[in-house]
Design a protein around this ligand. Structure first.
Ligand SMILES: Nc1ncnc2c1ncn2[C@@H]1O[C@H](COP(=O)(O)OP(=O)(O)OP(=O)(O)O)[C@@H](O)[C@H]1O
Ligand SMILES: [Mg+2]
Length: 654
């Protein structure tokens, strides 16, 4: 025991190892890492070492002061969190358990504490599709016309949630549309609670509610997390900021790093204002600026700076580098998008001789742009990984099996139940399901409780009763085995529910692919069990629900990365391609106001500043994508903001 404590406090560590955290820092970085108690705000441009300061600060804290479990570090993506864990581990040999994203942090807290807000720990997390299904159900139950479209309601509810507004606040509005949304929003929340489910926004809002309403719970976590660190602070939204503020209220050891020029999530409620609020809420905050960029060539930095200085609503910053001048930035104008993809592919092939594919990335503004480049890469046999693309988990058969698992973990989750109750077909008709819903609502119990209580089935036909009884026998059989390892449980589920057999017989052409996908899910469960000693069905499902990056990337194969500009935050690559930099794409046609255009400019700025050595920006004159097919594109207005002496026009392909 004594030894364990020694190992956790670093008093026992050899000095050289314990001081690693002070190596490779410039003066202001050193000051930030060594800042002891009290609030700290680091405001600085891209590539200036903000994330490095956070990592080294964590390393210093665990090496000299406190237990690793007393630190909470919040980052924006799973990828960033993983990277941070790895970096701290390299410096200190400690594994920090609470380096995570806001959403993962909240779901972990809720798993432990949600009974205090009347939820059960086996709750389900709903994604956007599930959300739509619930809203549709709400509209039907409230007898509201569906013609406006479910997405409009989904968007409006999401907006209110991101700004931390409750249904009650919206219901009090004088505006008819707001009140209507308020009504839908309120019923939607009730339905989520009945299903023991949270949507993504709720993970934040309910954690905030938990802390606000339960002083003892809040106190416990305030004491537990003696140090709080937040990277990419410019992109926190209101509920996230409130959670951070509450947690840090007692000890005030909060360190936030951010760059207002990289704020690109205002559409999700992110609020640059939070940086100003920070200084107001923590008036004695020490503010440190970092001005040396270690990432990019001088040319890339100048390009980025000349672009961003066109934003009116910003405070200018100094950013300089000792790095080389480097090559000019390449501008490419292609005929159409297919041609653009071809040019990029050719350049990648040329560079491949001297560089790894993993040194290169292709960024685009919208997900839809990836298809053309993907086709090109497949044809040329260039391996690639899409970060942020969760296509695998969206495939029907994977969603079906996950719905089974969610249902067994949390049988009151109606959305999952509806997905699997008659899949494979087992004679449980829509009429029968409607009847189940009616009985459940009349008796104010869950649908699953109705399914368990045969005495309530009186108004069903004998055929319906028989089908339901047969299904419940399967359910009970599977339920008994819920405690076996997850991968084994998946096998039991697909086998005993008849799902695997159904796939085999139903769709011969796609059978192999569908089976392979289920096996892939099985493999991911096995992988999860291997890494997590406390693996159980609920936390495995939570893990999948919160994936924001492509975790299935093949580590053994050297591959090119593709991703949207939004997903590019915090990353860096020696060679960067940004495609589709045309009017209507970047800036996006939906962005009209000055504020919106400035956010688009910041987005391109984020893309440009990911590049270490080489940057190619391209667009095509004619669109060959979907609904804009054949339209003429003009170059993005942003390209005109970049001085010509920094660029080289690559028109060899004209
Ligand atoms: N003092 C330093 N000496 C050498 N390299 C450094 C130093 N500080 C930072 N770096 C390197 O510079 C690069 C950028 O650092 P980092 O990612 O921490 O910047 P950042 O400010 O977080 O950027 P962004 O705003 O894009 O997230 C990294 O490769 C990092 O290792
Ligand atoms: Mg960073």
């Amino acid at each position: 025991m004594g030894q364990e404590i020694k190992a956790k406090f670093c008093i026992g560590l050899p000095v050289a190892k314990s001081m690693n955290f002070l190596q490779g820092l410039n003066k202001p970085q050193y000051e930030a890492v060594n800042h002891d108690e009290g609030p700290l705000l680091i405001l600085a441009g891209p590539g200036s070492g903000k994330t490095r300061v956070i990592t080294h600060r964590i390393a210093r804290l665990v090496s000299t002061k406190i237990y690793s479990s007393q630190i909470l570090a919040l980052t924006f993506t799973n990828k960033a969190a993983k990277e941070m864990v790895k970096r701290v581990e390299t410096i200190t040999n400690y594994k920090i358990g609470w380096i995570t994203t806001f959403h993962s942090f909240c779901s972990r807290i809720l798993r432990k504490e949600c009974e205090a807000i009347d939820y059960k720990p086996d709750f389900t997390i709903y994604d956007a599709d599930d959300q739509k299904k619930i809203i549709k159900q709400v509209l039907t139950e409230l007898d509201i016309d569906l013609s406006i479209g479910v997405s409009k309601y989904q968007y409006a509810i999401g907006r209110y949630k991101n700004h931390g507004k409750s249904p009650e606040v919206i219901l009090a509005s004088r505006n008819y549309w707001d009140r209507l949304i308020g009504k839908v929003y309120k019923t939607y929340q009730e339905m989520l609670q009945r299903n023991n489910a949270f949507d993504f926004d709720d993970l934040l809002l309910k954690t905030l509610e938990l802390f606000q309403k339960n002083e003892d719970v809040l106190e416990f976590y305030q004491n537990k997390f003696q140090y709080l660190l937040i990277d990419e602070f410019q992109d926190t939204n209101e509920p996230q900021y409130q959670i951070a503020k509450l947690l840090a209220q007692e000890h005030k050891n909060i360190c936030a790093t951010g760059d207002p020029d990289q704020s690109i999530y205002s559409w999700r409620g992110a609020n640059i204002q939070n940086i100003l609020n920070f200084e107001k809420d923590f008036p004695d905050a020490k503010v440190i600026k970092l001005e040396q960029n270690y990432r990019s060539t001088r040319t890339i930095l100048k390009v980025a700076d000349s672009l961003i200085s066109n934003n009116i609503f910003r405070k200018a910053k100094d950013l300089w580098t000792e790095n080389d001048e480097g090559q000019p930035v390449k501008f490419v104008r292609a005929d159409d998008e297919k041609h653009e993809a071809e040019i990029v592919r050719r350049q990648i092939q040329q560079l491949r001789g001297e560089h790894n594919l993993s040194d290169m990335v292709v960024f685009y503004r919208t997900n839809a742009q990836s298809r053309i480049i993907e086709t090109e890469l497949v044809e040329a046999n260039i391996p690639y990984t899409i970060v942020g693309g969760l296509e695998f988990y969206k495939r029907a058969e994977v969603k079906d099996v996950l719905a089974y698992l969610k249902f067994f973990a949390n049988p009151v989750d109606e959305i999952s139940l509806f997905r699997i109750i008659n899949n494979p077909p087992r004679g449980i008709s829509k009429k029968c399901i409607k009847c189940l819903i009616e009985i459940a609502r009349e008796n104010d119990i869950s649908i699953f409780e109705v399914m368990e209580a045969e005495a309530l089935w009186t108004r069903m036909t004998t055929r319906q009763q028989n089908s339901l009884r047969k299904f419940m026998t399967i359910v009970r059989n599977v339920q008994e085995k819920i405690d076996v390892p997850i991968s084994q449980f998946i096998e039991i589920v697909v086998d005993e529910t008849g799902y695997m057999k159904h796939i085999k017989k139903n769709d011969e052409k796609k059978e192999e692919e569908r089976q392979a996908n289920i096996l892939e899910l099985l493999a991911s469960a096995k992988e999860y069990e291997k890494i997590h000693k406390d693996a159980n069905l609920s936390n495995f499902l939570q893990h999948i629900s919160l994936l924001t990056d492509n975790e299935k990337e093949n580590q053994d194969v050297d591959s090119l990365t593709l991703m949207t500009l939004h997903a590019a935050k915090g990353l860096e690559f020696p060679i960067v391609f940004i495609i589709g930099v045309a009017e209507g794409i970047c800036p996006h046609s939906r962005s009209e106001t000055q504020n919106e255009i400035e956010e688009e400019r910041r987005l391109l700025f984020v893309g440009i500043t990911r590049a270490k050595k080489m940057l190619t920006i391209s667009y095509s004159r004619i669109s060959s994508r979907g609904d804009t097919y054949g339209f003429r594109n003009s170059p993005s207005r942003f390209l005109k903001e970049i001085p010509v002496d920094l660029i080289e026009r690559d028109n060899r392909y004209d």
